[in-house]
Each structure stands twice: as C-alpha cells, then as structure tokens.
Design a binder for this molecule. Structure first.
Ligand code: F6R
Length: 261
C-alpha cells in the first residue's frame, strides 16, 4: 500500500501514529527502528504524541537496523548516539530492551549471529521501520546483497559513503564498513513501513516502483512481503505517474490514497 502526502510533516505524523498505534495495541511489541535524516521528524512527532498521551513503554523492545563499524556509542555519528539523541533519551524504554548492532564487537561474526537470533527469540519484529538509500539500500544492505541474508558485516558502497558524508566533518571519516540486519530478518517482520521524503529520493522511488524483485535493488525485496506501507511526500513521489498506479498488480499493494499534483 502506498500513502502519499504533501509534506514531510504529514508523512511524519502518519508514520508516528502507526508506531504509536502498534505500541498501544501491543505494549510488548518488538519494533525495528531506523536512523537517518528521514526518521528525525518521525521520532520528534512520536515523542510529541507520547507527551500528549503517555503510553506504557516498559514492555517494548527495539532492534535498530544497523551501526557503523568502528564507531562507539560516544561517537556523535554512531547510530547508537543518534538513537539516544533523537528518541531513547526522551522515552522511558528500559535500557535492556533497546538493541543496536555493536560496531565495536571484537568477535563481529558472533555478534551478528547473536543479533538475528535475539530478534527471533523475541518472536520476530512486529513492525519494521525503514528508510531507503539513493541506491535502493534498506538497512545497510547494499545492491546485490542476498535476500536470504541475516545480520552481517557490509562494505559500504561509495554512493552510500558519499550520501552519508554530509553528517561527517570530512568525507574520509565516513566508515567503510557497517553491521546491518539482513534482508531476511527485515522480511520476517510482520509489518513494514518504508518512508522516503525529499526530491533526492524521487529517482529511486520511481525505479523501485517499476522494478522486478531483484537483488540489484535491495528494496525490491519488499514486493515479496504482504504487509508493506510505502509512505512518501510529494517530492519523493514526483516521478511516479498517476497512470502507473493502475498498472500495479503486485500482491498487497493498492493505489495511492492521494497523489499531489
Ligand atoms: C539507517 C538506514 C538507512 C537509511 C537510508 C536513508 O538506519 O538503515 O537505510 O534509512 O540510508 O537515510 P536518510 O534518511 O538519511 O536519507
């Protein structure tokens, strides 16, 4: 299902409301979380909703998608730091229920295996939140990652390192490797919400819309899933032709709720 809104604010309100609905319906929910600039307004909105109507978060468990290798939680560009700054410091989720891949793990292979097993031991993810890279990555699963992958170490593509260089003082500081939940881990989530906003996502969203299921475009793995919502603002949706919606016969997808002119 696609949801297309005019503004980032509307996208963030819709997505935060979906997260809140999940937590209210199932206080022991297991959420898969993402970082990146797309999620900042989503988390800000979720915090605002929870300030207006507090919910019991004591049974909630979270698993983040990914983390840079070689960055500790104290590093301002680590995803651990990001999550504390944008979400965890402002919510009362018990620390032992918050999970991120450990970018400093000594035995990284073991840490990866343990991460996927921990998700499975919790009964899997109830809801996975995803952004998308300009090359179609989900998590840090770069093009040609196996769709049957579990949590693993990935060498970041040059495109991703360039895209994410905007967060670092110097392009050379962008880590070369990361740990990411695998595509199979993501696909096993009961529900998935992919959010894309801004004109820099317009090309990849158009490509994804017309793509077959193909490991060259990691996000196309989502076409195999029965409960995916793709949430776009008008800028990210600008290259999707209205007529294209009618052509979409993929299982589980419906036409747009609203397509801005
Ligand atoms: C981050 C993640 C990535 C980002 C993607 C988009 O945890 O998994 O896939 O969602 O790179 O990043 P932004 O939102 O910064 O454009």
């Amino acid at each position: 299902m696609y949801k297309i809104f005019d503004t980032v604010d509307e996208v963030s309100r819709y997505t935060a409301q979906r997260l809140l609905n999940k937590v209210q319906a199932k206080p022991s929910a297991v959420l898969g979380l993402a970082t990146g600039s797309t999620m900042k307004p989503v988390y800000a909105q979720l915090i605002e909703f929870l300030q207006q109507a507090p919910a019991d978060l004591s049974q909630l468990t979270t698993f983040n998608l990914d983390e840079y290798m070689g960055l500790s939680g104290e590093h301002a560009q680590s995803y651990s730091y990001y999550m504390c700054e944008h979400l965890f410091n402002k919510l009362s989720i018990p620390g032992h229920r918050v999970n991120l891949p450990d970018g400093m793990a000594e035995d990284v292979e073991c840490a990866c295996q343990t991460y996927s097993e921990a998700i499975q031991a919790m009964g899997g993810l109830d809801l996975q939140l995803l952004g998308i890279g300009s090359n179609g990555h989900i998590g840090f699963n770069e093009p040609l990652t196996s769709f049957s992958s579990r949590t693993h170490v990935v060498k970041l593509s040059e495109q991703t390192r360039i895209d994410n260089g905007r967060f670092f003082a110097d392009q050379n500081e962008v880590p070369t490797h990361a740990i990411t939940m695998g595509i199979q881990d993501i696909l096993e989530a009961k529900e998935i919400i992919l959010v894309a906003t801004g004109s820099n996502k317009a090309h990849i969203m158009a490509e994804l819309f017309h793509s077959a299921i193909d490991e060259a475009l990691p996000a196309s793995a989502l076409w195999q899933h029965r409960n995916v919502t793709i949430v776009l603002d008008a800028e990210a949706a600008v290259l999707l032709r209205k007529s294209a919606w009618a052509e979409d016969s993929r299982v589980g997808l419906q036409g747009p709720i609203r397509l801005s002119a």
